[in-house]
Design a protein around this ligand. Structure first.
Ligand code: SAM
Ligand code: SF4
Length: 325
């Protein structure tokens, strides 16, 4: 088991497959991909296989493939397949903007992906375009449908709440969750090194959603020990669920159970941390497995108990596209 100095247990890896994206979300890549990331050399399939094999040997059971936009990687299905062949892996998940899912969902399912999170920040096509810079709202909806038809067991929708942009759509999202039995998670906008001004004008605490849910007869579910950062709400008679992800809430760090590895193979101990720990030199040969394990265990000893957002320090990450959010 991987355990840090605060007795938190790590069973979950978020692995970025590439730092590049085809969307330009206002809070993430409003000016498109920074030039310097276009030349970065992302981990190869063999390096990924070695990484996952070593980490699963230490108790990691769930792997989330993210990015940037992971479906832009032409070898995505081969990567999923290679991971699915590692016997200790219990769950392979994908986080995607969904634009290519209509084409990929069946192949993902066949290659072991059993959970997909899809980002949908607006239910209005024009606003979806305003936020993402892409006129692909209906393609994303087709992708959700295709994922359901393919039999992906867990589908979640992620929506980042933006003051004065999509906060008027919260009720529509809740109705959508009820009508379609969807699991929708509202994410509080988080600050990064690049989005400072945007964050100041668009950040909104999600307390108003809690009030709304209570008024509509929803209640907060009891938190399971292995639960992630979301507070989950449900309502009798509704198969849909609503999750709230709030980086400033105490659950966010107390329940941290995840490691993050960037597309270049750097270990990041915290979403809002500073400095990366390169693992790539230890991913060149299967024989390096023990050395890699030892290195990761000692690196985890440097993990802080909490981020420093409350002190106004949000780390050195320029945007979440570089390391998967
Ligand atoms: N491109 C994929 C997508 O958008 O789902 C995967 C990568 S994206 C970085 C992962 C998640 O991070 C998305 O749900 C996105 O909305 C969220 N995200 C990105 N920047 C964020 C920010 N500054 N605050 C809150 N969530 C953010
Ligand atoms: Fe791309 Fe995801 Fe960032 Fe949007 S949030 S720009 S889809 S990486």
């Amino acid at each position: 088991m991987l355990i840090d100095s605060y007795q938190r247990r790590f069973s979950y890896l978020r692995l970025s497959l590439l730092p590049v994206c085809n969307f330009r979300c206002l809070y993430c890549l409003p000016n498109g991909n920074p030039k310097e990331v276009l030349h970065k050399k992302h981990l190869t399939r063999d390096e990924i296989r070695r990484l996952v094999a070593a980490l699963t040997g230490m108790g990691i059971k769930k792997i989330r493939l993210t990015g940037g936009e992971p479906t832009l990687r032409p070898d995505l299905l081969e990567i999923a397949h290679a991971i699915s062949e590692i016997s200790e892996v219990e769950k392979i998940a994908l986080t995607t903007n969904g634009y290519k899912l209509a084409e990929l969902a069946g192949g993902l399912k066949l290659n072991g992906v059993n959970a997909i999170n899809i980002s949908v920040d607006s239910l209005k096509p024009e606003r979806f375009f305003e936020i993402t810079g892409q006129n692909l709202y209906f393609d994303v909806l087709k992708g959700i449908e295709a994922s359901r038809r393919a039999g992906i067991e867990a589908i979640k929708i992620n929506a980042v709440v933006l003051n004065g942009v999509n906060d008027c759509e919260i009720e529509d999202f809740i109705h959508w969750a009820e009508r379609e039995s969807l699991n929708i998670r509202f994410i509080e906008l988080m600050p990064t090194a690049d989005n400072g001004d945007f964050f100041k004008s668009r950040h909104l605490s999600l307390v108003f959603i809690e009030t709304l849910l209570e008024e509509r007869g929803w209640s907060l579910e009891k938190r399971e020990e292995s639960a992630g950062p979301a507070d989950v709400w449900s309502r009798p008679g509704s198969m849909g669920k609503i999750g709230l992800i709030r980086p400033y809430s105490s659950n966010f760090c107390n329940t941290c159970n995840r490691l993050r590895v960037t597309s270049e193979g750097d270990l990041q101990l915290c979403l809002f941390g500073k400095g990366n720990i390169p693992l790539r030199p230890l991913l060149q040969d299967d024989a390096q497995k023990d050395e890699l394990e030892h290195f990761v265990r000692s690196a985890l000893g440097q993990k802080n108990f909490s981020h420093f957002l409350h002190e106004g320090d949000y780390g050195s990450t320029r945007n979440f596209a570089t390391m998967g959010g």
